[in-house]
Design a binder for this molecule. Structure first.
Ligand code: C5P
Length: 222
């Protein structure tokens, strides 16, 4: 193996992708954003008019779509069937319906298998909801990132303003709570902290402080 498997899980907007990218950079590991994969399938369902309760239709999308990732300055570009969808998958329509698609067994089965393939040689930082519990149960490093819902809504609000999205703060907080509820209560691989994960509360920490804490865990394991 060329390095460890680092799993970073936690609720919505806890800062997973921001710190995961930086940790990957520091250790020269590959970064994999599994949420982007669930978002890509959701976007394609919306664009092709497939209803979220059409399980066969959704399963067909997962089987027939080709998702690709390309590193970029601020993380990665995401493509589905050759079309760039990096920004489209961050829009509110996708964000507010992705949990329904992510609850579908066939979707999880296919995407988890792809994620295991991506991670098999190690040297990977993978963020999501079920990486430490289900996708990579043997990952050498497991981190569970949390933060207060108020703080997470604030962070999402600031991110949105930069992207020109203007959803009110209280609405964002409700959306985050609703998404966490759905992700934590679904039948298949719900969001939970793995027994052997290191929990980090990022509420009053800077990005650099969180990265440093994770780097310390990795260095102790190496
Ligand atoms: O991390 P992000 O907010 O982009 O994830 C979007 C959604 O994808 C989550 O709310 C969840 O429903 C789903 N997801 C998942 N399992 C993962 C990663 C994301 O179910 N490993």
């Amino acid at each position: 193996k060329n390095g460890l498997q680092v799993a970073i899980d936690g609720p919505a907007s806890a800062g997973k992708s921001t710190v995961a990218k930086l940790v990957a950079k520091q250790f020269h590991y590959v970064y994999c954003d599994t949420g982007a994969m669930y978002r890509a399938i959701t976007l394609k369902a919306i664009r092709t008019g497939v209803s979220f309760d059409d399980l066969a239709g959704i399963a067909k999308i997962v089987k027939s779509s080709k998702m690709t990732f390309e590193p970029s300055d601020d993380g990665q570009k995401v493509f589905i069937d050759g079309k760039e969808i990096t920004e489209a998958i961050r829009q509110e329509d996708v964000t507010n319906s992705v949990s329904a698609v992510a609850a579908i067994g066939e979707v999880r089965k296919q995407l988890s298998a792809q994620q295991q393939e991506i991670a098999k040689d190690g040297g990977i930082v993978m963020d999501g909801r079920d990486i430490g519990t289900s996708v990579l149960p043997d990952a050498e490093v497991k981190i569970f990132l949390i933060a207060s819902v108020e703080e997470r809504a604030q962070r999402r609000y600031k991110e949105n303003i930069q992207k020109g999205i203007n959803t009110p703060l209280d609405e964002l907080q409700m959306e985050i709570e609703a998404r966490d509820y759905k992700d934590s209560h679904r039948k298949i691989s719900p969001l939970t902290k793995a027994a052997d994960a290191v929990e980090i509360d990022t509420t009053s920490l800077s990005i650099d402080q969180v990265v440093e804490k994770i780097a310390n865990v990795i260095n102790k394991t190496l």
